[in-house]
Design a protein around this ligand. Sequence first.
Ligand code: SF4
Length: 389
Amino acid sequence: MDLLNTLVDKGLRRELPSREEALAVLATSDDDLLDVVAAAGKVRRKWFGRRVKLNYLVNLKSGLCPEDCSYCSQRLGSKAEILKYTWLKPEDASKAAAAGVAGGAKRVCLVASGRGPTDRDIDRVSKTIEAIKEQNEDVEVCACLGLLSNGQAERLRAAGADAYNHNLNTSEATYGGITTTHTYADRVDTVQQAQAAGMSACSGLIAGMGETDEDLVDVVFSLRALDPDSVPVNFLIPFEGTPLAKEWNLTPQRALRILAMVRFVCPDVEVRLAGGREVHLRSMQPLALHLVNSIFLGDYLTSEGQEGKADLDMIADAGFEVEGAGETTLPAHRADAVAAAGCGGGSCGPCGDDSPTVAASEAVAGQDARTDLVAVRRRGAGTDLPPNA
Ligand code: SF4
């Protein structure tokens, strides 16, 4: 297919595809799916070989958020029966992080619900980062605390944070339909503050919220322009008790086409398979490893993922290898730029839940609501049970 040959050539040269080419990837048929995966896989292997970076989420503070992000189970008014707790103590967060590192994670993502941190919250998170780095000097730490105010990014960087995550989530045009309590511009501003402070920026999207192909291409092109080092791709987990609970729009094939499009547009960036992979890719998850070079190990913020051992088995069975602590994630030209800015690498994870208003889409005909695959997290941080890692 000419389209795929062109996209591979551009990906190997780090050249931006046209919008039409990115849209055409999303419009390919199921008959062409393996060709699309093989083509994007060439680009993935050029920049990242067969390495898979493992990342581990620690939810420092769960639920009770005053913001109204429609996709989020932690949002204001969410009826999802998730764990709700306030800030974990630094030693407890460090213990949770250690479980992920022992399981093979080289990055720990410290996430807290809320609009953004207070200066006191930055103190707490700084102590947590110090506690984690005391135990594991080499672990990369990414903070994901919401919108940052002046000076907070610098304080996190000084405390040892290597990266900061703040996702754009969806296109600028549809952002107001997803969230009313903050703006798309607020999100862009926080990513830029993190970059200016010398932290590696992580910013990604959530697919499956009823958006159009044009919206998906818009947000991925906006991410490329923002130039984060890592791009997590989340697939909406339609939690019962949230406004998007009926948005079952994704097939495994569609999810793979979205990942391939992201890889073509962001060829040398850490593309991370994030929340929703078990729910939407299901038994097709191993094919996604040909497209992404990074995944979360174990559980998500408010839902359970597949067992950590199953993640490791999947990577080995598919012929990939877990990236070691001594290996550099990013290709040399990007890693050098990050080092020059004085930081480490990376990215971070999903939040999320509720308050509808995207172009309300009916669930795609024929897509079963797989509510049986959505398990609220009941282990790890904030519970007495050991974490999944
Ligand atoms: S994504 Fe969830 S936790 Fe984060 S600001 Fe929005 S509602 Fe709050």
